[in-house]
Design a protein around this ligand. Sequence first.
Ligand SMILES: [Zn+2]
Length: 275
Amino acid sequence: MRERYWFRVWTDRVVDIVPPSLGDEKVRGVKDVRIERQSPLFAELAKRNQSTHAGILTAWGVKRSYTRSEIEAAKFFWLRVKRHVGAFGEDYGTTYDDSRACVRCGGRAVRVGRLRLPCRVLPKRADVAVSLAGELVTSVKFEHIWSAAGLTGLSFQDIEAPSGEACSSHRSPIFVGAPADISSVTDIRDNPLARLGVICPTCNREDVLGMAVVSHLTLKRTDALHNDAVATRQLVGLRQGSIRPTPLYIISRRAHSVLTDAGLVGADFEVAAIE
Ligand SMILES: [Zn+2]
C-alpha cells in the first residue's frame, strides 16, 4: 500500500519547516503539501500543528493505493461513499429516537421508521450516496445486483417522499447482521496532524472514536464478518445539528468483486485489514 497525504497549510505558519520549493501555493497564503507518512516532515508538521494556536491546517486528504496482489489478497474492503445527497432526512420527516443517543455527541440515535427524502434530491447516476446527515442510499440497480448475486447482510427499504410515495430510483439499505468492531490500532483523530483527543467525554472513545479515520482501517476479527456487508459498531464524526456520528461500511471480497464488475458509481474502496 502506498499512502500519500496532502495538507493545505497556512504558509506563514510553516515557513521555517516547509522549504519554498515544496508545495503548491494556488491561493495566496495557503500551500498544498503532498507527503508520505514516513517523511520526517510529517512528524514536524504534526508537532507544529499541535503547538500552534488554531493549528496550521485548513484541509487535508489521503490517497491510498494498492497493488494488484494486495487487492487480490484482501478479504474485506471499506466502502467509502463519495457521492452526496444535498439534503438532511430530518428536514423531510425522518425521525430519530434520541433517547438512547449520547447527549453530547449524538451517537447511537436510532432511526424510527422510513428514511424520508424528496425523490428529486437522489443522485440519478449514483448507485450509492450519503445524505448530509450521513444517511445511506443505494440505487435500485445496486439492490438488484446485490440480490442476484445472493449477497448477505443488507435488506432494502423504501425511501419515502414527503408526499408519502416511495422513490423509484433508490432504496434505503439496512444492515441486518451484527456489527463489526474497529481495532484500536486504527488511528482516528481530528486530522492526521492533531493530538489524540477524546471527542466525547461521555463516550470516552468506546463507541464514538473521533472525527476522522486518518490511517488505513483495521478491524477486529469477529463472527460478524461472515456477512457480505456490515456496519461498524463504533462511530466516527460529531453531532452538529442534523449531522451525526456514523458507522463505517465494510463489504466482503465477494461483494467487492460483484460491485466492481457492475461498475458501481458513487463510492470507492480501501482494503480493510483484520488484526
Ligand atoms: Zn458521546
